[in-house]
Design a protein around this ligand. Structure first.
Ligand code: SF4
Length: 193
């Protein structure tokens, strides 16, 4: 069974001017495995991060759901909070209730309903997350390009110019693909081959 903490961000007024953040928190607190649900004014600020880290330690959370902006913005930020608190950083799920919700409507009731649903879905997914560990494995710095048409030839040349060995594989007896079959090409009327 997971011990999940849900943190719903106001983003100043970016989210809270449209979404009823308190309501999202109340609904999230009712979900199975949710140990704590709370709202944060700016989750990514030093204070917000500190509150998340403290809550993980205080409530012995192993999973965190942040309902805030796109994971492209702050997923690494919240992963670091989890690491700092001693939790596995891969047990983090983010619901994007800003770009995918508060920024695309002025309808407060609909936005709040959607934010509740997004957070509920994130909690459901978070329950299934596994603890992962980063690993390193050796890499052979060679490339295989499959298909000797123009795209394949160009890719092979590009990789080779970057200093890597390339093997170009083509199933027909010659390379050039469709291009080699054209007599003339627009606008220069060069011979395709
Ligand atoms: S975490 Fe995202 S949504 Fe929250 S305050 Fe920071 S930028 Fe805004």
């Amino acid at each position: 069974m997971s011990r999940i903490g849900v943190f719903v961000c106001h983003c100043g007024t970016n989210i809270s001017s449209v979404v009823d953040v308190k309501h999202v928190v109340e609904e999230s607190a009712q979900l199975d495995d949710v140990v704590i649900a709370k709202d944060l004014r700016y989750s990514c600020s030093a204070i917000g991060q500190g509150e998340i880290t403290a809550a993980i330690k205080e409530h012995n959370l192993d999973t965190v759901v942040v309902s805030a902006c796109s994971p492209r913005m702050h997923e690494p930020t919240f992963m670091k909070c989890m690491e700092k608190a001693g939790a596995n950083p891969f047990k983090l799920e983010i619901a994007n209730i800003r770009e995918q919700c508060s920024w695309v409507t002025k309808d407060k009731a609909a936005a709040t309903e959607k934010a509740v649903a997004q957070t509920r879905m994130a909690v459901s997914k978070a329950r299934k997350l596994l603890k992962l560990e980063p690993m390193k494995s050796p890499v052979t710095k060679r490339a295989l390009v499959i298909g000797g048409g123009i795209a394949g030839i160009q890719a092979a040349l590009g990789i080779s110019k970057a200093g890597y060995k390339v093997t170009l594989v083509e199933r027909s007896p010659s390379i050039g693909g469709r291009m080699a079959q054209l007599e003339k090409t627009f606008p220069t009327l060069d011979c395709g081959a």
